[in-house]
Design a binder for this molecule. Structure first.
Ligand SMILES: [Zn+2]
Length: 629
């Protein structure tokens, strides 16, 4: 018999012992050569019967076929680290329910043997990101996995490493709590398998291997197995371990752990459904809404972020898919999206890294504001037929929490206006100009992107406050609109005029307020022309969002010093408590005819990538929206 034959028998043994149902997983065990991951012989093996004892009863062998039993193999005798029991690892990987193309994160990869098993299962279109906190193990895994182009290995701290969006996460080191990033990075329907343990020695812990499935409504959870495993580095919190020390032995002893249905992170009083109740983490027998039981036949077209764009957004950065619309869980509503808002900020949401709002995950529906009609409601605050605005995403149907949706009156204004002058752009203009700009009668105000959704409102509010207002816009049509329709005192066509000279002509006493939507060269020119105690409001920088190089900063910033001027940025979400005040003011001005708005409406959800490019090329005239229905 060849080693390949032994490996195949071994895979069958694991299949039987771990009750595997996935042929792909069994096949992976039959293919991956374990001996190549364990270093040169002799190998030190121990039987499953001795696993979990303080002292492993190892015997040594140099015969590779001895590795093909359900045995533990030492990888570092001094640190008492072994390769784990194959049937146990197999059952944990089985709980991840891996599919071809999945993106998997493996924390505590050791020498990488089981990372390779998972890499085989997800195939060349999938990928595995593996880390180990011990640099020597990570280096061994890196070398062992060099033949797998779909695997990357890092020596990294599991407490800080960001795996980015994942379909499945396997933690093979004992922890006292799931890291917040694991839960956040898991896609809807994605699975996290992790051991919550109580340290019984400095190196070993015992506890429960849990599977958590991300649902819209929270995390479903169930017990996979009991476990004895190495203690994770930096992922053990004594405060969170204390309730485990009480709760886990109790729940294990009584068999109550089999009742586990969800992992709760919300603050709540302990009740009968709490199996292990600790601060910020509770293992609960309370079931959560399982939207996979969706029987809806409504088809939902969605644009998902396929990859993080480099430079200008492209059609290939998105994936256009159709899925069932879904059913709302308690507290949620299903919204038929009618109009979608296209905003410059969307470009920033596609980039990795923390900003004022978390980035859109790769594979997630692209974030967008929208307005629509409630098609189904599972919350008493919303009725079918209500018109609501909120973050609907780029899709036909959105399921959102009722508390995140705002009811509006569709009779008071055309629906797209609630995405423009009466929506986020209007609110942004209101708070930016009035709170940061602090306009006073007779002052000179310059607004860039003046024909855009935010600039048009900012300039008109400045007029209402008695200022002289100069707009900067691209092309004669937009400039004419800004002056003739919106009532600005003058407009400068940056595409056909020398902006510096035109500003000097229109602002002989300098600029008191600059409301900046574009950044780049125009910001620099304005900085050189500030009046004493001027205010520069940084609202946005559309000229820089698609710049793959580093953002171009202002050269003339010392003008702030010379003129005792102020430059300040802001994010409209910080003003959420004052939205009603602003909405009332904006609506009042609109009814009085002092505030005009214009929308640029493009028909069809399927146009989204092209329409977004139109926004960044400055080709829209007025607030850009997509008519979805
Ligand atoms: Zn609880």
């Amino acid at each position: 018999m060849t080693l390949d034959d032994y490996r195949r028998f071994y895979a069958e043994e694991i299949e039987q012992v771990a009750s595997l149902t996935s042929p792909a997983l069994v096949e992976a065990f039959a293919r991956v050569p374990r001996e190549r991951f364990l270093g040169p012989p002799p190998w030190h093996i121990a039987t499953a019967a001795s696993a979990g004892l303080a002292e492993m009863a190892y015997r040594s062998t140099s015969e590779p076929r001895h590795l093909y039993h359900n045995v533990v193999v030492s990888v570092d005798r001094a640190k008492d680290i072994n390769n784990g029991q194959p049937s146990a690892l197999a059952s944990w990987i089985a709980a991840l329910d891996l599919k071809t193309g999945y993106r998997v994160y493996h924390m505590g990869c050791g020498v990488g043997y089981y990372t390779a098993i998972m890499a085989e299962v997800v195939g060349p279109t999938g990928s595995v990101v593996a880390i180990d906190a011990q640099p020597d193990l990570a280096a061994r895994a890196h070398a062992n996995l060099s033949g797998y182009p779909n695997v990357t290995v890092h020596a990294a701290d599991g407490a800080t490493f960001d795996p980015d969006a994942c379909d499945a996460i396997l933690i093979t080191a004992g922890v006292t709590h799931p890291h917040a990033l694991w839960l956040e990075r898991l896609r809807e329907g994605g699975r996290l398998v992790l051991p919550l343990t109580i340290a019984v020695s400095p190196t070993i812990g015992q506890g429960v291997m849990l599977r958590c499935i991300r649902r819209r409504d929270g995390f479903a959870a169930n017990l996979v197995s009991f476990v004895a495993i190495f203690n994770g580095v930096n992922l053990r919190d004594p405060e969170l371990e204390a309730p485990l020390r009480v709760g886990i032995p109790k729940a294990m002893g009584s068999g109550a752990m089999a009742k586990l249905r969800s992992l709760r992170r919300d603050a709540h009083e302990r009740d009968d459904s709490c199996l292990v109740h600790g601060p910020g983490l509770c293992l609960s027998s309370r079931a959560i809404c399982e939207p996979e039981l969706d029987t809806s036949t409504l088809q939902n077209r969605q644009f998902k972020l396929a990859t993080r764009p480099v430079g200008m957004v492209k059609g290939s950065d998105f994936e256009f898919v159709t899925t069932p619309a879904g059913v709302p869980c308690p507290g949620e509503a299903l919204v038929r999206v009618q109009y979608l808002s296209l905003d410059p900020a969307m470009r920033g949401w596609m980039n990795a890294g923390r900003s004022y709002i978390a980035p859109v995950g790769v594979g997630d529906v692209m974030r967008a504001g929208g307005i629509g009609r409630v098609a189904a409601s599972n919350d008493p605050s919303l009725a079918v037929g209500d018109t609501v605005v909120g973050m609907t995403g780029v899709q036909d149907y959105a399921i959102a929490k009722a508390k995140d949706l705002t009811k509006v009156d569709p009779r008071l204004a055309p629906l797209p206006r609630y995405l423009g002058a009466l929506g986020m752009p209007g609110l942004t203009a209101y708070f930016g100009l009035l709170d940061i700009g602090q306009p006073k009668e007779g002052e000179t105000v310059v607004v860039s992107a003046a024909a855009g959704a935010v600039g048009a409102v900012a300039g008109q509010i400045a007029k209402i406050k008695g200022c002289r207002v100069i707009g900067i816009a691209g092309g004669p049509d937009k400039c004419r609109y800004v002056v003739e329709d919106l009532g600005f005192d003058a407009a400068i066509d940056y595409k056909n005029e020398d902006v510096r000279r035109a500003l000097a002509r229109h602002c002989p006493k300098g600029i008191d307020i600059y409301f900046d939507n574009v950044g780049g060269d125009i910001l620099d020119i304005v900085l050189s022309m500030l009046a004493r105690r001027a205010r520069v409001v940084i609202c946005g920088a559309i000229s820089q969002y698609n710049n793959p190089e580093s953002i171009q900063g202002p050269r003339n910033y010392l003008s702030l010093l010379i003129n005792h001027a102020l430059m300040e940025g802001f994010v409209v979400f910080d003003y959420a408590a004052r939205y009603p005040e602003a909405m009332q003011a904006l609506a009042g001005w609109m009814i009085a005819g002092k505030l005009k708005a214009r929308e640029d409406i493009v028909e069809g959800l399927e146009t989204f990538p092209d329409t977004l490019q139109k926004l960044f090329r400055g080709e829209n005239f007025g607030k850009l929206v997509i008519k979805v229905e």
